[in-house]
Ligand binder design. Structure first.
Ligand code: AMP
Length: 584
């Protein structure tokens, strides 16, 4: 397969705003590929060479890419830099300069998909003192053999910013359309949710059809999309929804961890599939030694504890473990504990389809006693009074609230989905609004007065789980301290883009646009109908969406969450409905 054919498809995806059209472009193209080619094309379409959880990222810095572009096109670096200053996207620089290339390579090869994958793999593997210049040279070689459009996407792939607008959900739609039909879509998504590997799902489907996809199961080493909870505004409503009886657990305020334990040790993933083993080496070690079986996948919440008293410490404390340097002292100075709450796999058996009570029983019997590992506090409650009493105990123990978990036969582990099998109820729900929101920055407004020369406010958005697009919900200008305002431009720079990204739906136009990336926790006073914000557009009223009033940054940077894991439009709409329609 020629790489230029793939670049052409990426170009067509980028040119259309319609998800349906993107789906059919991809579906038609997928049908023309060999199974192994399909796998690579799927990864490349997401700006990657491997599934999301793969530990190494291509991640070349823009300036290094510019060097490669200049070299390949035979222009001075200053020329590449000049265009980049204007466009902010090394891909555009490459497309422009390669189309005006000064040096025609004597034996210009015709670049194949294979050669691209090989070259990118070499870039990924270059290591050591000389690695930057090696990476630059390999990229330059690929660029000089590429057409202008192909060069654009090569640069975007190595910088991790693809910008075609084809989300994971669109790729799954296209797989269903190409190899089966719409009715197969949930099963294809299930396979993706239990493997987190879209390329593998595509290749399996192309080789063995839906029968092979249905066989795809969880496995140790391949992270599983986490199950999420719905929320309700009061404990009586939680109990009613659970038919008067459920398991209640403390809801700890820490970091969710999914641990894959095997004889080789334990690997820990965050809820956004980052490998956190290096940040919690103590937890990894204890999980390995305390597991009675050979292999398991478990989930728990990692919380910092006061070493003297054993008291739980706030979320901010555990995030200090995420720094890159000084881990030895961090392990010593910030003791943590893992409160385990689920068991997804044990010694060859996929437990995700087993009801909650049995998973919990197996979890409780699978580890020997260990000072760093405990089970979440849990009780079966059968009345509102018992629920209130348990909630009070959770708050007294410095937890955020409670998680109610269904005890029904249907209470399986629903990877990647949010539902009423788990319902969260937090302390904040007693107060004015509902909860905090994790929102994604998609734009910024330049500051004035004291904030001149910096960003003064951000345009915040939320992902719509149906469409995969980010819809705006508020303009956020409160709650920032000086240090945060100073750091913001650099934090947002990697996401900066010339115009409104294709994945964003906005009516308000900021001074600067960003690809969805940075997630911040925001508190608000209420949710109301808004003619400017695009979330839930037309759901409450024609020509209006919903927005968050009086938003305030809580000071909590949610770098443990990717943009797709931010509070969704559907959740915010649910909270809007919980407030009562009198506020519309
Ligand atoms: P939220 O982030 O507010 O949507 O709440 C869901 C998160 O609560 C989960 O992703 C876990 O990180 C965390 N959590 C804390 N305690 C528990 C528990 N006992 N069971 C499940 N999740 C919990």
């Amino acid at each position: 397969m020629l790489y230029s054919e793939i670049a052409d498809v990426f170009g067509r995806l980028e040119a259309t705003g319609s998800r349906l059209e993107m789906t059919s472009i991809l579906a038609e193209f997928f049908g023309r590929l060999e199974p192994s080619e399909l796998r690579n094309v799927i990864y490349l379409s997401q700006g990657r060479l491997h599934p999301d959880f793969y530990p190494i990222e291509l991640g070349m810095a823009d300036r290094l890419v510019l060097k490669a572009v200049a070299k390949a096109a035979g222009y001075p670096e200053e020329e590449a830099e000049r265009i980049w200053q204007k466009e902010g996207d090394p891909g555009i620089v490459a497309e422009d300069l390669i189309s005006r290339k000064r040096q025609r390579t004597l034996f210009s090869e015709t670049l194949t998909l294979e050669a691209v994958v090989e070259g990118l793999t070499e870039i990924e593997r270059s290591d050591g003192k000389d690695s930057q210049s090696q990476k630059m040279k390999i990229l330059s070689r690929l660029l000089s053999n590429s057409e202008p459009e192909g060069a654009k996407y090569l640069c975007r792939i190595v910088t991790g910013r693809m910008r075609t607008g084809a989300s994971a959900m669109t790729v799954l739609d296209a797989l269903a359309e190409c190899f089966a039909d719409k009715s197969a879509r949930p099963e294809i998504e299930r396979a993706f949710n239990v493997t987190c590997d879209m390329g593998l799902v595509g290749e399996t489907l192309a080789r063995g059809g839906m029968a092979a996809v249905s066989e795809m199961k969880v496995s140790v080493g391949s992270p599983i999309k986490v199950m999420l909870a719905e929320r309700l505004p009061s404990l009586p409503e939680v109990m009613a929804r659970m038919d008067g009886r459920c398991a209640m657990e403390f809801k700890y305020d820490g970091m969710r961890i999914q641990a894959h334990i095997s004889e080789g040790g334990a690997v820990l993933y965050s809820r956004r599939l980052e490998n956190l083993t290096g940040n919690f080496p103590d937890i990894a070690e204890h999980l390995s030694s305390a597991l009675k079986g050979k292999e398991a996948i478990i989930e728990g919440e990692c919380v910092a504890v006061d070493p003297e008293t054993g008291t739980l410490l706030p979320f901010q404390t555990v995030t200090h473990r995420r720094r890159k340097h000084g881990m030895d002292s961090a392990v010593r100075d910030i003791p943590v504990r893992l409160f385990m709450f689920d068991m997804l796999f044990l010694d060859g058996e996929d437990m995700t389809q087993t009801p909650y009570a049995e998973r919990r029983r197996v979890l409780s019997e699978s580890f020997s006693e260990d000072p760093l590992l405990t089970l979440t506090t849990m009780e079966v409650v059968e009345s509102e009074a018992e629920a209130e009493e348990f909630f009070d105990r959770a708050i007294a123990s410095r937890c955020e609230g409670v998680m109610a978990k269904s005890l029904s036969d249907a209470s399986v582990y629903r990877a990647g989905s949010r539902g009423f099998l788990w319902i969260k109820y937090k302390k904040d729900y007693h107060q004015a609004l509902t909860d905090t929101f994790d929102l994604v920055a998609v734009g910024a407004f330049y500051g004035m007065g004291k904030r001149a020369g910096k960003y003064g406010a951000l345009l915040m958005a939320s992902p719509d789980t149906e469409t995969g697009r980010f819809c705006t919900v508020c303009k956020l200008g409160t709650g920032f301290d000086d240090a945060f305002l100073d750091a913001l431009p650099e934090m947002l720079e990697p996401y900066r883009t010339e115009s409104c990204p294709k994945s964003v739906e906005a009516r308000m136009v900021p001074d600067v646009w960003f690809e969805p990336g940075l997630v911040l926790e925001v508190a608000g006073a209420e949710i109301s109908v808004s003619p400017i914000h695009t979330a839930a557009w037309g759901w409450v009223k024609d020509d209006a969406g919903i927005g968050i009033r009086f938003p305030r940054y809580t000071g909590r940077l949610r770098d443990d969450k990717g943009p797709d894991a931010a509070t969704s439009v559907q959740e915010i709409f649910g909270m809007y409905e919980m407030q009562g329609s009198d506020r519309a």
